[in-house]
Design a protein around this ligand. Structure first.
Ligand SMILES: [Zn+2]
Ligand SMILES: [Zn+2]
Length: 189
């Protein structure tokens, strides 16, 4: 290819000239700089692939209890955000404002201990002040009154009579966790 312009300064070359003599050094520097940037970009891409693979391997060895816990954390966080503007489900007081420890809980009507199959049921979980959830044994009677007001008697009775055990696969738990992470993200401005 016959070059008519200097690859460095882009000015016209004399016939037969490939580059201005004074442009050789800065051009070489620029080329080296470009190569370095390309190298760094490649390294970043490789690191990203490596991180994803580490993540996938870590995910692959997570046990069901670990995945249940992660899904529960995501579910609870979503419920707290969903109910952020509502009062406490059981006593009707404002959520957690001014309380020691700050944030309120995601309180399950039928507890995750006695009704683990309802642990991811949105009808069964509502924002609740910590004092009510943790030190009032969930205040079951008042919770029920608040719950009926919020989701209706039929839904409450459906929860109460639902004793069908659930078994989640690893994939299902991962899907639940990721879904609630996504739902939470979508709620945040
Ligand atoms: Zn030049
Ligand atoms: Zn309460």
């Amino acid at each position: 290819m016959i070059r008519t312009r200097c690859p460095h300064c882009k000015a016209k070359l004399e016939q037969g000239q490939r580059i201005h003599a004074e442009c050789i050094a800065p051009w070489a520097d620029a080329q080296a700089e470009k190569a370095k940037r390309a190298e760094a970009k490649k390294a970043r891409a490789a690191a990203k692939v490596e991180r994803a693979s580490i993540r996938a391997r870590k995910e692959a060895i997570k046990t069901i209890p670990v995945l249940i816990k992660e899904a529960q954390v995501a579910f609870n966080a979503y419920v707290r955000a969903r109910d952020a503007d509502k009062p406490c489900i059981c006593c009707g007081l404002p959520l957690g404002a001014g309380e020691v420890g700050g944030a309120y809980d995601c309180g399950h009507y039928r507890s995750t201990g006695s009704a683990p199959h309802l642990r991811f049921d949105e009808r069964n979980a509502h924002a609740q002040r910590k004092v009510c959830n943790r030190w009032g044994a969930g205040r079951a009677v008042d919770y029920r009154i608040g719950l009926v007001a919020r989701i209706g008697l039929a839904a409450v009775e459906a929860l109460e009579s639902d004793n069908a055990p659930r078994k989640w696969t690893r994939e299902e738990l991962i899907a639940i966790r990721d879904e609630y992470r996504k739902k939470l993200k979508a709620m945040r401005p």
